[in-house]
Design a protein around this ligand. Structure first.
Ligand code: NAP
Ligand code: GCO
Length: 279
């Protein structure tokens, strides 16, 4: 009991974060490395992997990175084999890689729909499937999925993304149900609106210098009246990857500055001079 803080350590663990060259994935990987884990990551092309490797090096983190598309099972199997050979068996997987297409549903093509479902839902299925056998053999493992406000809510233009993130919530519960008996925990982080390149178009200033209407809308829905920072997610990622969370399974934990607890206020009541910018 007196050494309970040791339960938060990731010393000796191998942690794979998908799509972790920048953004939230990079933040998770940095948090894991600082907690003692060896970090491995993939991304969709060489340019992104090199960008990620340079970033980790700058931060003094020795990361293993390679190109791998999470929607291609052969590439994922090959990546896992490379990691096992060069780094070790994967103890922690974060299914972070994701894309969004903001297109009204009646204008969205089936190809666009399929691409979002493939990356955001089938990708986590393929990557989880690739690491589970070794986790079962070892008798422990952690899988963390990247859910979203769209695992709970809908909104205009994000039908495929909401369908994928809602599905990912249920995949989280199902992995827990199927493999919890092997001391494997699968949980999800549900970020609110976080300032990353993925959400940059929603925060752009208007040509006259005023706030983007969506920026105003999100602040009016968030008690903190600000966007999240990538650092806001690092603590929960470490907790869910560590033995301290061994009896938490199948849960989605939202980090949203209070969005899911709050009905919101009239955006017209906000006073921009009192609001913080986070980037
Ligand atoms: P991001 O900036 O778009 O980063 C995701 C990474 O995944 C990018 O490097 C991306 O490459 C890569 N990727 C895309 N398709 C891939 C594939 N098929 N195989 C391998 N890698 C692929 O996203 P983020 O904002 O950091 O978000 C990370 C995750 O959290 C996503 O799943 C996102 O949906 C979720 N999330 C984000 C927020 C938010 O507010 N930012 C909120 C809730 C949930 P490209 O750059 O080429 O696309
Ligand atoms: C959007 C956003 C979102 C967020 C996030 C919310 O267009 O509404 O991009 O979907 O990125 O997933 O939690």
């Amino acid at each position: 009991m007196q050494d309970f803080l040791k339960n938060f350590s990731l010393e000796g663990k191998v942690a794979w974060v998908t799509g972790a060259s920048y953004g939230l994935g990079l933040a998770y990987a940095v948090a894991f490395a600082q907690s003692g884990a060896k970090v491995v990551f993939n991304d969709i092309n060489r340019e992104l992997v090199d960008k990620g490797l340079a970033e980790y090096e700058k931060l003094g983190i020795e990361a293993f990175g390679a190109v791998c598309d999470v929607t291609k099972e052969d590439q994922v199997k090959d990546f896992v084999a490379q990691v096992e050979k060069n780094v070790g068996t994967i103890d922690i997987l974060v299914n972070n890689a994701g894309i969004i297409k903001r297109i009204p549903m009646i204008d969205m093509t089936v190809e666009q729909w399929n691409l979002v479902i493939d990356v955001d839902l089938t990708g986590p299925f393929i990557c989880s499937k690739a690491v589970l056998p070794a986790m079962i053999k070892k008798g422990s493992g952690k899988i963390i999925n990247a859910c979203s406000m769209m695992s709970e809510f809908g909104r205009e233009t994000v039908s495929a993304y909401a369908a994928a993130k809602g599905g990912l919530k249920m995949l989280t519960r199902n992995i827990c149900s199927e493999y919890g008996q092997y001391n494997i925990q699968c949980n999800a982080i549900g970020p609110g609106y976080i300032a990353t390149p993925q959400t940059a178009p929603l925060r752009e200033k208007q040509p006259d210098g005023s706030m983007h209407p969506f920026d105003r809308f999100i602040r009016s829905k968030t008690p903190a009246q600000r966007w999240g920072k990538t650092e806001d997610l690092m603590g929960l990622a470490v907790f869910l990857a560590s033995p301290a969370s061994d009896f938490i399974n199948g849960q989605v934990i939202y980090i949203d500055g209070g969005i899911t607890a709050y009905i919101g206020q009239d955006p017209g009541n906000l006073d921009p001079s009192k609001m913080q910018d986070v980037d």
